[in-house]
Ligand binder design. Structure first.
Ligand SMILES: OSc1ccc(O)cc1O
Ligand SMILES: [Zn+2]
Length: 260
């Protein structure tokens, strides 16, 4: 039986190019961000993020990550300004994390790995839907937020409390009135560059907006992420850990900073 893509040696990031040749493309993500090599751009606007908790629908284990999905039939939860033009609607957010606190993020900062990374995925409303936007060069804008080990994060805990009901692949449960802005750092200084989805199909459609300031999670909260399973109910339990793609070649791209 053919395996679908994953994060193991036989179906992981080193193998994705076999079914998704764009894996070796010119604007792949994630990357290692080297602050000293980023160019400050005074023309970059502050991010304008406005989220409506009533657009929060459900929380899902999709077999690759845990994902919270939003109603995107109106402009209620959206991103404007920052490096983008126009209005991008929030579709979902999800995470990437490691088997231990010393790794897990996709982007790295001068080689530093964080224990996890949050991705808030938005699509350009110049297109009719997320699916249409997902393959366009200006289709998506993803805000990345690093997680570092620190104090207990009460906002993150609201998500973690739902994990027992979505332990295995394909499980989904309703998840209402969650405000994703509670997962943003106080300072919204960011780096931005043109990149891709970090999971197959790896479309080169993402304007990446990576926040400089991490949010915190306790080590116990990180352990809770690791109780999720890649595997479906009834299959041999396979812990959902190390669901991160390593940094990809920059291939001449410029990383801009919104801050000095
Ligand atoms: O893992 S990254 C990623 C995954 C799915 C998506 O729709 C957008 C993304 O940036
Ligand atoms: Zn992601």
């Amino acid at each position: 039986v053919t395996m679908s893509w994953g994060y193991k040696p036989n179906n992981g990031p080193q193998k994705w190019v076999e079914n998704f040749p764009i894996a070796d493309g010119v604007r792949q993500s994630p990357i290692d961000i080297v602050p000293g090599q980023a160019s400050y751009d005074a023309g970059l606007k502050p991010l304008d993020l406005k989220y409506d908790p009533s657009t929060c629908l459900d929380i899902l284990n999709n077999g690759h990550s845990v994902q919270v999905t939003f109603a995107d039939d109106t402009d209620s939860s959206r991103l404007t300004d920052g490096p983008i033009s126009g209005l991008y609607r929030l579709k979902q957010f999800h995470f990437h994390w490691g088997a231990s606190d010393d790794k897990g993020s996709e982007h790295t900062v001068a080689g530093t790995k964080y224990p996890a990374e949050l991705h808030l995925v938005h699509w350009n409303t110049k297109y009719a839907s997320f699916s249409e936007a997902a393959s366009k060069p200006d289709g998506l804008a993803v805000v990345g937020v690093f997680l570092k080990i620190g104090g207990e994060n009460p906002n993150l805990q609201k998500l973690l409390d739902a994990f027992d009901t979505i332990k295995s692949k394909g499980k989904q449960t309703s998840f209402a009135n969650f405000d994703p802005s509670t997962l943003l750092p106080g300072c919204l200084d960011y780096w931005t560059y043109d990149g891709s989805l970090t999971t197959p199909p790896l479309y080169e459609s993402v304007t990446w907006i990576v926040c400089k300031e991490p949010i915190t999670a306790s080590s116990g909260q990180m352990a809770k992420f690791r109780t999720l399973l890649f595997s479906a109910d009834g299959a041999a339990p396979d812990c959902m850990v190390n669901n991160y793609r390593p940094p990809q070649p920059l291939k001449g791209r410029t990383v801009r900073a919104s801050f000095k």
